[in-house]
Design a protein around this ligand. Structure first.
Ligand code: PMP
Length: 362
């Protein structure tokens, strides 16, 4: 275990050591079945228990109200960019998109295939350093829905307060911050997230959908791409990603043991705080990309103004055992992703490394 890396990968990313060890222990013989979860029939009693407990646990942990369904799908956040408008937008109809980064742009692009999405607010001109103020958002009462990206993985910003959209369903891509902090799920019509950052391995996509929306789906949608298909069959319409769902369940147990989402949120604030403090106290040696009021707890983006020194930082960080600190290929710079499973000590090690690096080269 002392060979575990300081893993700041943006996703897929660190998983809790305890979960990996448990999966390892159960790999050859899950629950006395004489086989791994991967080898169970998805119609078996043993798998059924894993599946249902995972859904129940997520509902409880994330305080999901009774009038919502939890679906376990495939295709990642990217397929949700298409499924949302395919099900809820129609030709000639409008929906609002709030642009806060590249992932929101990708979601918007898909919506254009089905209807007339409108950009209700955008921080693009400010290089996506901030989340638009709530009073800048122009809502259109005819909107089929409003789409936001709750955490912007590439730019390192997050919505710290969500807009109140009244009767218009608020749809959020929470791929990079689901379960990282407590939220009021009842404000949303639909939430989606790929599992590979905060919830488990890649291959599972969590969708939380308010039940009344299932009745508003377009009719000409292929069976596998309809939310109602999966809601009606408890996400067992076809073979689900069984091993990923088992891992998701184990990650949820781990969150529960840590004290639930409020405890994780506190820990995430502490972790991000360690690194933001170094940036803020560096006299401009490190500069954060996000404006302080829009900072993400999950992706901490920063630069060193001297480009050569920035390269040197990434080289030395790598030598010191830190993985995944390069910014996204589209923006460069540095990024530390501090998802739920990244330990406090890993963040402290990075903060210490940053302080030492500054002392050495300033
Ligand atoms: N949305 C956000 C906010 C993301 O960070 C990502 C992936 N990094 C995606 C969507 C795309 O997710 P996937 O790779 O699961 O399709």
């Amino acid at each position: 275990t002392n060979k575990r890396a300081y893993n700041f990968n943006a996703g897929p990313s660190a998983l809790p050591l305890e979960v990996l060890e448990k999966a390892q222990k159960e790999l050859l013989d899950f629950n006395g079945t004489g086989m791994s979860v991967m080898e169970l029939s998805h119609r078996s009693k043993d798998y059924d228990a894993v599946h249902n407990e995972t859904i129940t646990r997520l509902k409880k942990l994330f305080s999901i109200p009774e009038n919502y369904e939890v679906l376990l799908l495939q295709g990642g956040g990217s397929l949700q960019f298409s499924m949302v408008p395919m099900n809820f937008l129609q030709e000639g109809k409008k929906a609002s998109y709030i642009l806060t980064g590249s992932w929101s742009e990708k979601a918007l692009k898909e919506a254009r295939l089905f209807g007339e999405p409108i950009i209700a607010a955008s921080s693009k001109e400010n290089k996506y350093r901030n989340i638009p103020a709530l009073n800048e958002i122009q809502l259109n009462p005819d909107d089929a829905y409003i789409h936001i990206t709750s955490n912007n993985t590439i730019y390192g910003t997050a919505w710290n307060e969500f807009p109140d959209t009244g009767d218009i369903p608020l749809i959020a891509d929470m791929s990079s911050d689901i379960l990282s902090k407590t939220i009021d799920v009842s404000k949303f019509g639909l939430i989606y997230a790929g599992a590979q950052k905060n919830l488990g391995p890649s291959g599972v996509t969590v969708v939380i959908i308010r039940k009344d929306l299932l009745e508003k789906e377009n009719t000409n949608v292929p069976t596998m791409l309809k939310y109602s298909t999966h809601a009606e069959s408890n996400s067992l319409y076809n073979t689900p990603p069984t091993f990923g769902i088992y891992m998701l369940g184990e990650v949820l147990k781990w969150v529960e043991e840590l004290g639930g989402v409020a405890a994780i949120e506190k820990r995430n604030k502490e972790k991000a705080g360690l690194i933001y403090d170094v940036i803020d106290n560096s006299n401009g040696f490190y500069t954060g990309h996000a404006t302080p009021d829009s900072r993400s707890l999950m992706n901490i983006t920063f630069r060193i103004s001297d480009e050569e020194l920035e390269k040197q930082f990434l080289v030395e960080a790598k030598e010191a055992g830190f993985v995944g600190l390069n910014g996204h290929r589209s923006v460069g710079g540095c990024r530390a992703s501090t998802y739920n499973a990244v330990p406090v000590e890993t963040c402290r090690a990075l903060a210490d490394f940053m302080v030492e690096f500054q002392k050495k080269y300033q």
